[in-house]
Design a protein around this ligand. Structure first.
Ligand SMILES: O=P(O)(O)O[C@@H]1[C@@H](OP(=O)(O)O)[C@H](OP(=O)(O)O)[C@H](O)[C@H](OP(=O)(O)O)[C@H]1OP(=O)(O)O
Ligand SMILES: Nc1ncnc2c1ncn2[C@@H]1O[C@H](COP(=O)(O)OP(=O)(O)O)[C@@H](O)[C@H]1O
Ligand SMILES: [Mg+2]
Ligand SMILES: [Mg+2]
Length: 317
């Protein structure tokens, strides 16, 4: 039962508009979410992003994952004249997550040290022209191979999840600009995904890239191995590294979620975190995604509904 079930004022209903791509509508707006929200006084209403919002309201809250200029304009016009509608989240702040350098900047400013755990980011450098890279910059940072070449843009556009494992300098010749070269950290093949919806936080484990031994590293010199969407592969793991992996301490998960929520000014995101195999109290944030695939979480219906109730109630008070 939702923690808010008894608090819904009788007869009062809330309209929450959603503006999402068709694929996202299909995955996120499961009948189970629509039903659960409805039972808790929330009506989820689809927004047509090409029509002015004025003609589609009123809304107590709008959630969205679109970033076309036309949508941003409609949203800006509507929020200027409807300050009582909560916009989740501000498009300007979401933009920070569309770039793999700026998305991690907030993490580098965090000071989290709980239960001996530290939270940081892997060494990384932006290569505007990877074919003629600034080796001084790479060396100054002490960045070591193997590394992962990630497209700078993380806006969900074509190619934004196409990565490459690079094993030495020669491998950089195969890359196209602009690329973020990030040190590969052995982490036991498991990624922790921390899903945040306002003050609500859930952490799950998923399959990740396996460790790279010194021997394998030597045999792969000069190679470039492309990969994409590893944590979505859903490969069988019975008795494997994912099942066996210990979760990070809950206090670290909660503190990281809270600190990032404040630093980014965002409510709906997830954080990909790995744990250094060599130093198991060292946690590294490798990716932050806006409005991720919440439907993959067990019991995502109350998770999302409770968050939306928080938002509409705060606006009403
Ligand atoms: O589609 P899903 O459910 O796999 O969700 C994707 C997320 O998967 P996750 O929840 O982290 O496992 C995915 O996260 P990752 O980058 O794979 O860690 C992205 O947030 C992706 O959005 P975009 O393509 O970057 O705009 C998300 O895609 P959209 O659903 O927003 O298109
Ligand atoms: N620095 C790293 N060290 C080791 N593995 C990594 C590192 N960065 C990413 N990975 C692996 O690559 C996957 C995809 O990288 P990520 O930055 O999360 O991109 P995406 O936005 O496509 O999810 C991660 O889920 C993880 O398995
Ligand atoms: Mg990721
Ligand atoms: Mg991502």
């Amino acid at each position: 039962m939702s923690e808010f079930e008894s608090e819904v004022a009788e007869g009062e209903r809330y309209r929450v508009g959603y503006a999402l791509q068709p694929k996202k509508v299909e995955s996120f707006l499961q009948p189970s979410l629509l039903d659960h929200a409805k039972q808790h006084a929330i009506d989820l209403v689809q927004i047509d992003p090409s029509t002015p919002l004025e003609q589609q309201g009123p809304f107590h809250c709008i959630i969205h994952k679109l970033h076309t200029p036309q949508w941003n304009k409609h949203l800006q016009q509507f929020s200027a004249t409807h300050p009582d509608t909560a916009i989740i989240d501000s498009p300007e702040l979401v933009t920070r997550l569309h770039d793999r350098v700026s998305m991690l900047e907030a993490v580098t400013r965090l000071q989290i040290s709980l239960q001996n755990a530290t939270v940081g980011v892997p060494n990384q450098v932006l290569l505007n022209e990877p074919k003629s890279p600034d080796f001084n910059k790479i060396e100054e940072l002490g960045l070591r191979f193997p590394a992962i070449a990630k497209p700078l843009a993380a806006d969900g556009g074509g190619g934004s999840h196409e990565m490459c494992l690079v094993f030495d300098r020669e491998g950089l010749n195969a890359l196209s600009a602009p690329t973020v070269l990030q040190e590969f950290v052995n982490h036991g093949g498991v990624v922790f995904k921390i899903y945040v919806a306002g003050r609500h936080v859930k952490c799950v484990k998923r399959k990740s890239l396996g460790d790279i031994s010194e021997e394998r590293l030597r045999s792969l010199k000069g190679e470039v191995l492309p990969f994409s969407r590893v944590s979505n592969l859903g490969v069988e793991d019975q008795g494997g590294p994912v099942e066996k992996a210990e979760m990070p301490p809950q206090c670290v998960v909660d503190e990281l979620a809270k600190a990032l929520r404040e630093a980014l000014g965002l409510n709906l995101f997830n954080v990909d975190v790995i744990r250094d195999s060599k130093e198991p109290t060292r946690y590294l944030v490798i990716d932050i995604n806006y409005f991720p695939g919440y439907a993959k979480l067990p019991s995502y219906e109350p998770f999302i509904t409770d968050f939306l109730l928080d938002v509409v109630r705060t606006m009403a008070n």
